[in-house]
Write a protein that binds this ligand. Structure first.
Ligand code: HMG
Ligand code: MG
Length: 301
């Protein structure tokens, strides 16, 4: 049975912009986040406190947080890889939620965070405990749940082990990342079924990149298995700097169009979302990767 409503987690300002070859001005990021809030998104990932040597695009996250006009009821989580990142997040204005991230592939873990899966879990446990002790909410990501850019197939047992560990350390929600978008619907359902033996289905989110054009089909497939939280990125921005060939996340406009068509509530307004999409696409000097934005934008011309 499909859910009556879906929570959309907007990751464009982080997962999208972290992968931009050219620097995006802080003011542009702030405007994007504010427009996404105005469109009705209740969770907007605002940036990350990772090493600026690894991901220079996110180096101004503290400045973004200092400028953004927050809306009541909207959460603005930031990615944190280690205690240094947590200290920076705590020193920044208004951080109430962070996200920690690990992977189900050893090679990806090394390339993305310079440590093994288990070293990463130990770091995350320390960060999560310290963050929760300071009253922050902690979300958890598992990358490579349906394939790894370096190792290819990934064992579902490893996905389950990592997701279980992150849920037990205190992550309130576990986002399952198809980092390189190679998954297909039955495989996506299998991973959700396996993980849900350890983590309740209503705590699982789908974080699907659209590299192979499978994301909407995969989202529908996991919604049929009880997933009601979907990560997406305005204009289909994104990728991962440590996953070669990973294109953007599924576009928020495309997910919203599908959910609207099925009568599933999100609280997000399509017109306002399209304005945010047009604004960031113009700033980046490109057409949106979202098919819906292109179709509806073309209709307005
Ligand atoms: P490391 O080099 O092993 O770290 O990197 P280190 O502890 O040895 O420190 C090296 C230098 O970095 C030191 O500076 C530290 O101070 C500094 P130096 O002494 O050389 O001047 N440093 C930091 N600076 C700022 N903030 C910090 C920080 N930590 C250390 N937090 C580390 C390890 C984890 C830091 C690094 O690998 C890193 O930053 N990785 C993050 C990579 C990343 O952001 N990837 C993209 C996000 S994940 C993703 O996109 C997937 C997702 O979307 C889900 C999906 O799609 O599957 C979430
Ligand atoms: Mg991602």
């Amino acid at each position: 049975m499909l859910p009556g409503s879906v929570k959309l987690v907007e990751v464009g300002p982080r997962d999208g912009l972290q992968n931009e070859p050219k620097a995006v001005p802080t003011a542009t990021k702030v405007e994007l986040i504010e427009r996404l809030g105005a469109a009705g998104l209740s969770v907007i990932e605002a940036g990350s406190f990772v090493s600026p040597k690894w991901v220079p695009q996110m180096a101004d996250t503290a400045d973004v947080l200092a400028s953004v006009a927050r809306r009541p009821g909207v959460s603005y989580p930031v990615l944190v890889p280690n205690m240094k990142g947590l200290e920076a997040a705590l020193a920044a204005p208004g951080v109430e939620e962070i996200a920690v991230f690990g992977a189900a592939s050893e090679t990806f873990s090394q390339r993305n965070t310079n440590c093994s899966i288990d070293e990463g879990l130990a770091r995350m446990a320390e960060v999560t405990a310290a963050a929760r002790a300071r009253g922050l909410r902690v979300r958890g990501y598992v990358s490579c749940v349906l394939g790894c850019p370096y190792e290819g197939d990934v064992a579902t047992a490893v996905v389950t082990r990592v997701a279980d560990a992150m849920f037990n350390m205190g992550c309130y929600e576990i986002s399952l990342g198809d980092t390189i978008g190679t998954g297909t619907p039955l495989a996506a359902q299998s991973v959700v079924d396996a993980v849900s033996e350890r983590v309740p289905r209503d705590r699982l989110a789908a974080h699907f990149h659209d590299t192979y054009g499978q994301a909407l089909a995969n989202i529908l497939a996991v919604m049929e298995r009880g997933v009601g939280i979907v990560d997406s990125s305005v204009a289909g921005l994104g990728g991962c700097p440590y996953a070669k060939g990973a294109s953007g996340n599924v576009a928020t406009e495309d997910v919203l169009y599908m959910l609207n068509g099925m009568g599933i509530r999100t609280g997000v307004d399509m017109d306002a979302l399209l304005q945010a999409s047009a604004m960031i696409s113009q700033a980046l000097d490109r057409v949106p990767a979202s098919r819906v934005a292109r179709a509806l934008g073309a209709r307005k011309d």
